[in-house]
Design a protein around this ligand. Structure first.
Ligand code: IMP
Length: 431
């Protein structure tokens, strides 16, 4: 049962798209299992640079079947636009499979995402305003509308009618916003049905059969461990299970289908949106500014500047535990080449207590003082290195330091944005 999960080990934006694209060729299926078009990754394919938000990166390979699993939330307008963009770029989307059980992001979800953020004021989460939270909220409240509902006009009308009873009240009475009629929503959404219909499938059954037939399945996580609804820095999180366990729930396979979990972490750390960030270096800080500009740290989905900070070994150790990581991939190591010395946070201190793993108390994370160890930099261009032995001694020491603190082998190292700018150190998916 060769199922492998690829998961973000920090707050998202770790460069998962590049790594998925790089290793995808070993797989028959690439499955997105959570989130929606809040995700965004840039895939550099040949001389082309494509930004994908919803469709798994595997779409670029004719031998791979990409799948959007039941754990995802889908804005059909965005999905169709992304399919059309790919077709225009010469990538067929015919093989794309979509779970009939995935939930739809509805127009009122977009309105409510913005309105609730506005109401939170200075406590806002800093969401991507893509309707993600409200869509998952309705899923849990059992008034969500699924992809399969869209394919049956009668059912779709009934479900929209039921949902609008509550949604219109909230829009009107709580937020003073415009309401919707069933006809308005049907007029907007029913035309999407025919475009999507050929792709909708019973994805769980199909995947389980594929695994029985020894197909290779890559479960592609979106966002990152610390944005997970259960294991992240709640409430400054997204509304889905980004951790490796989410792969099982969000695709309908059993935990025994997973035999490797590859965690992706940047050689430093970034976060977009609000919430605690112990190793943050403000943009006014020389190093913070350097990481932001050299690393090109701008969100693919929202265009927001990402907050930057030193690599936090406490976070990656925690990610190793909650995901059961078997391998680590360190991305953007080349960005650190500009620094004389590099700090790594190895513990937190709060109220006289030292924490080497994530404090259980949210307050402790908010007020944690990072304890750093400082390592020498290498100050050499490493973007041409293709083998581990080619890296300068200081860069190898840095990787081995990370590895020791995470308790997980660093199997892949990215030294630049292109596919080729990667060191496959110990990655053996077939072991
Ligand atoms: P939402 O997922 O739009 O509800 O946003 C919740 C939080 O997750 C916000 O802090 C977002 O900035 C963050 N977030 C959502 N998607 C991503 C992503 O793909 N990368 C990084 N942060 C994300």
């Amino acid at each position: 049962m060769p199922g492998i999960v690829l998961v973000g080990a920090q707050w998202g934006d770790e460069g998962k798209g590049k790594i998925t694209d790089l290793i995808a060729n070993d797989f028959d299926y690439v499955v997105r299992y959570q989130g929606g078009n809040n995700a965004g990754h840039t895939v550099i394919h040949g001389d082309r640079k494509l930004a994908l938000h919803l469709i798994p990166s595997g779409i670029m390979y004719p031998n791979i079947t990409p799948m959007i699993g039941n754990g995802c939330v889908i804005d059909p307008r965005v999905l169709i636009e992304e399919m059309e963009m790919l077709e225009r770029e010469g990538f067929s989307t015919q093989r794309l499979l979509i779970s009939g059980n995935a939930h739809l992001i509805m127009p009122y979800h977009l309105d409510l995402d913005g309105a609730s953020e506005h109401r939170l004021g200075k406590n806002e989460i800093g969401t991507t305003h893509r309707g993600i939270g409200p869509a998952y909220q309705d899923k849990s409240s059992r008034i969500g509308i699924r992809v399969q509902d869209l394919l049956d006009e009668h059912i779709f009308r009934l479900k929209v009618e039921a949902a609008l009873i509550e949604k219109n009240d909230v829009l009107d009475k709580i937020y003073g916003m415009a309401t919707y009629t069933v006809d308005q929503i049907c007029e907007l959404y029913l035309p999407y049905a025919e475009r999507i219909r050929p792709h909708v499938t019973e994805s769980s059954q199909l995947l389980n059969q594929a695994l029985r037939d020894n197909a290779w399945v890559l479960f592609e996580g979106a966002q990152g461990t610390l944005l997970d609804i259960d294991h992240g820095t709640y409430p400054f999180v997204t509304s889905s299970s980004c951790t490796a366990g989410g792969a099982v729930i969000g695709s309908g396979v059993g935990p025994t289908a997973i035999n490797k979990v590859l965690g992706i972490a940047k050689a430093y750390i970034t976060r977009v949106g609000s919430g605690p960030f112990p190793t943050e270096l403000p943009l006014e800080d020389e190093i913070g500014h350097l990481l932001s500009s050299v690393g090109g740290e701008v969100g693919v989905t929202t265009g927001r500047l990402r907050r930057c900070g030193w690599y936090d070994a406490v976070i990656v150790r925690y990610a190793a535990e909650v995901n059961g990581l078997t391998d680590l991939c360190i991305t953007k190591l080349d960005v650190l080449s500009v620094l004389d010395t590099i700090k790594v946070c190895v513990a937190y201190e709060y109220q006289g207590k030292r924490y080497t793993t994530m404090p259980g108390q949210q307050t402790a994370i908010h007020h944690a003082t990072p304890i750093y160890e400082e390592l020498p930099g290498w100050k050499t261009d490493i973007t041409g290195c293709r083998n581990y032995k080619d890296l300068p001694r200081e860069a190898k020491d840095y990787i081995e330091f990370i590895e020791d603190h995470a308790g997980v082998p660093v199997s892949i190292i990215a030294v630049g944005p292109d596919r080729e700018q990667t060191i496959m150190r110990r990655w053996k998916p077939r072991d």
